[in-house]
Design a protein around this ligand. Structure first.
Ligand code: XMP
Length: 515
């Protein structure tokens, strides 16, 4: 176990992620966790995270200094380093004349120089590497016993350490991918300094999560909405494993799902994984409320509210104390980092806005995981590969892929076209290389000719993007023969479509969805 004391950096959870990547189990604790608590956990190492404060101000967050006497290795990152220097004799921190943000070339202090021996931390490193800096303060003097291990042009104390006490500090952020070899550095620290075996895996995560959920829930009932998406599926299977039928899942069939999607989700979760799943039949209600609605945000609002109405009505019949949410770490960062007014491009609805009268406590077992980790977790839990690798599908479903009015007939057309497209992408082995792909039904009719007859029918747009975070995306360069095949099949097989286009707009300026 490695403990991370969180001083509020936006990168703290990235430290946790990197430690998991090097197969070390870690827990995040509040910065002021008492030394006695930490001692009782017997961690092999303690990371002090970065944070937005300055150690010398009156309201700065501080660790329990008893931690410095536990004999446990400590790695201070950015604010964490400054915290070490602030509390250890000889060290001091001042505001730097220049703030330093972004890439900096860090040079290892040459082995054999008077200032430092080669450090266990930098095993395998080149003598110069890129370090990602984000700080305003800097050390004015090193604590007694510390040596400089690496420097940048602006920061003499880029990496420092006291090998005897096993205290190290980094002014840069090894946890962000902009720092070269950051993961290697953390691996070196866990192996060479802390003596971690590095044999923790996702299977251990399952065990820990199951124990944690059982302890929290007791004999209470947990409810949750599942959509068939990766997050809610993995969360549901985890809950089923932890508490069996004390977990009740609901699938709201809003009539806006893709071809065969409802039956596939039921087969996957209920039939294969034993999740107690109730399908709420809502198609008629949703479609009635969407009748004639064209404006995208109005569609979203109606769908979000209808979802809550139906879920609430059904879930209220269960005497539940907890609500499962498949929140991932990026959702957590997004919701805390977006302070201040920011333009709403689209409102993304999920179960966030449940009525207060339900008085449910949240269970968020995926809260510290990133998407790829959730996928890995899903595989460990036995969720099939095709399901954990599924592209995201928006909560409002096909309603935001139908431009113009949503009708049963137009839904059916879009479902068929989309199914052909996805089937062909899978057959071509391209599905997993694409971030998101789908068909869109446009609100126009076009003229065509089929079998000597004039046609006047609707148009399908195909979309495929590659993206790492869905915040930005590039349109995907699909092979022409594939496009030709999909186009031919859609026009031949889907009644009501006589034209297929391919969307070559990236995000920005486009968004991924058309609405
Ligand atoms: P955009 O279209 O904003 O999409 O570039 C980014 C990602 O978000 C998904 N998306 C939604 N997801 N409710 C959701 O749950 C929504 O209303 C919604 N709108 C867009 C979109 O599919 C893409 O993955």
């Amino acid at each position: 176990l490695v403990v991370i004391l969180d001083f509020g950096s936006q990168y703290t959870h990235l430290i946790a992620r990197r430690l998991r990547e090097v197969n070390v189990y870690c827990e995040l604790l509040a910065y002021d966790t008492p030394a006695a608590t930490i001692k009782s956990l017997a961690p092999k190492g303690i990371v002090l995270s970065g944070g937005p404060s300055s150690v010398y101000t009156a309201d700065a967050p501080h660790l329990d200094v008893g931690i410095l006497d536990l004999g446990i290795p400590i790695l201070g990152i950015c604010y964490g380093l400054q915290e070490l220097a602030h509390h250890l004799p000889g060290g001091s921190v001042v505001a730097g004349e220049k703030k330093e943000f972004g890439h900096a070339a860090a040079t290892l202090v040459p082995p054999g120089s008077t200032s430092a021996p080669p450090s266990a931390l930098f095993e395998g490193f080149p003598s110069t590497f890129t370090a990602w800096m984000s700080h305003g303060d800097k050390l004015a003097s090193l604590p007694d016993g510390f040596e400089v291990l690496a420097s940048t042009a602006n920061t003499e104390h880029a990496a420092v350490g006291d090998a005897a006490r096993r205290f190290y500090g980094l002014q840069f952020h090894p946890e962000v991918t902009h720092s070269d070899h950051g993961t290697a550095l953390l691996r070196n620290w866990t192996r060479n300094v802390c003596g971690c075996a590095g044999d923790w895996t996702m299977a251990d995560f399952v065990e820990e999560a199951v124990a944690h959920i059982r302890a929290r829930v007791g004999d209470g009932i947990v409810i949750g909405a599942v959509s068939g998406g990766v997050d809610s599926t993995v969360a549901a299977v985890l809950l089923q494993k932890a508490i069996g039928t004390q977990f009740r899942a609901f699938l709201v069939d809003n009539g806006l799902l893709r071809k065969n999607e409802v039956s596939e989700v039921v087969a996957r979760l209920h039939d294969k994984c034993g999740v107690a799943l109730t399908t709420i039949e809502g198609a008629d209600t949703f479609l009635a409320r969407l009748d004639g609605v064209v404006e995208p945000e109005k569609k979203r609002k109606i769908i979000g509210n209808t979802f809550i109405d139906l879920f609430d009505a059904e879930a209220s019949k269960v005497d539940a104390a907890f609500l499962l949410q498949g929140t991932l770490y990026p959702d957590v960062i997004e919701s805390v980092s977006h302070k201040g007014p920011s333009a709403t491009i689209k409102t993304h609805h999920n179960v966030g806005g449940l009525p207060a009268h339900m008085k449910l406590q949240l269970i968020e077992p995926l809260r510290f995981l990133f998407k790829d980790e959730v996928r890995a977790l899903g595989l460990v839990l036995g969720v099939e590969k095709a399901s954990v690798g599924r592209h995201p599908f928006p909560g409002p479903g096909l309603a935001i892929r139908i431009l113009g009015a949503v009708t049963p007939q137009r839904l059916s057309v879009l479902r068929d076209a989309d199914a052909i497209y996805i089937e062909e992408l899978r057959a071509a082995g391209l599905y997993d290389a694409i971030g998101q792909a789908f068909a869109v039904l446009l609100p126009v009719k076009a003229v065509g000719v089929m079998g000597d007859c004039r046609t006047y029918e609707e148009v399908i747009a195909l979309r495929a993007v590659e993206t790492s975070d869905f915040m930005t995306a590039n349109w995907f360069d699909l092979p022409t023969p594939l496009l030709r095949r999909v186009s031919t099949r859609i026009v031949n097989e889907v009644r009501g479509i006589n034209r297929v286009t391919y969307d070559i707009t990236s995000k920005p300026p486009g968004t991924i969805e058309w609405l």
